[in-house]
Design a protein around this ligand. Sequence first.
Ligand code: GDD
Ligand code: MN
Length: 381
Amino acid sequence: ARAGKVRATMRGTIGELPVRTALRQTIVVPTFNERDNIVTLLARLTAALPADETEIVFVDDSTDDTPEVIAEAALSCPIPVTVHHREDGVGGLGGAVVEGMRLARGEWIVVMDADLQHPPEIVPTLIGAGARDGADLVVGSRYAGGGNRDGLSGGYRRLVSGGSTAVTKLIFRNSLLQVSDPMSGLFAIRTSSLEVEELRPLGYKILLELVVRNRPGRIVEVPYSFQPRHAGESKSSMAEGVRFMKHLGMLRFGTQRARMLMFGLIGVSGLLPNLIALWVLNDLAGVHYLPAAVLANQVAVGWNFTLTDTLLYRSRRAHRSFWGRISRFFLLGNVDLLLRIPLLALLVDGAHLGVLWASLITLVISFVARFLISDKVIYRA
Ligand code: GDD
Ligand code: MN
């Protein structure tokens, strides 16, 4: 059986790394079944970096013998190497990188893939640029002048990569002003500027997560040429694409204020199905307007539920069963309708407000109440 954590040093002892001072850089490498890339990666890193100022931290979620291969290769590597194997794989690639950041002790943390698509020789250039320009983050970019993505095989992958980069840049305009390649898996961050506890990694786009949530002060880019994979195959998949969508949503709508905005937009979008249902039932089918209005409200609540459940709270669905969520949502949507009428009467007859003002007030109260009950009760985190 594999040990939960394999640690090896250059002397081949199993134990903690020697305590060091002035460690310049920690190279964090996430690995998932990369056994045939390890030896070459370590050889090229060793050739490119001073062993006494560097450490390499692998965070591994492999199902093959990659951690053993790393531990073996570490014995003859002048740079101290540690392997941290995870059994749960939480957060996928991004989760692994954050785990590595927690373990890192260098002044700079450099994140790079194990498959040599990121040339190891670029590490000194990344850190040199960061130090020279007083930057907190240095992004290895395929899109900055001089960079390219020649190693991205196939028109389809290029299209997906280019398209998702453009959409992401649009959604996070302000955070990404200085970043041409937010999807890059190659970057260096100044450890003192890192706030690991702010990060909620989910899948591949850990750089995006870092830029949006940590808001590093100064960002510079270093162009590089994205190489073809050395050995083995890519782990990106359709499922990873879906996870990326979810990640974008979490990043964009993760705060309560942003969730409230989204909730409001969904509510407004529900007016259309409501009116269409009313028209069909009352005008076309001749149903009396009162039962028609009650039925049309169900259509709107169903519409809102579908969007809220899939777009807004997808990540919080696991806490309650489908029937538990939908029944509470419909209850809320109908109790709301029932309570608004006496409230309206109270405001108009009791407080002598005009009908329009009174309606507006009931709508605002109802909106805030429904949002809070959805956010704190039905979909509590
Ligand atoms: N620990 C861990 N857990 N590592 C993982 C996982 C995981 O679930 N999934 C992938 N990795 C590791 C791989 O072993 C590899 O070292 C690195 O993450 C990148 O995975 P690839 O499968 O090679 O991905 P890619 O080539 O399609 O995409 C990479 O390059 C893009 C361009 O730079 C990634 O780095 C993307 O984030 C990046 O946009
Ligand atoms: Mn790759």
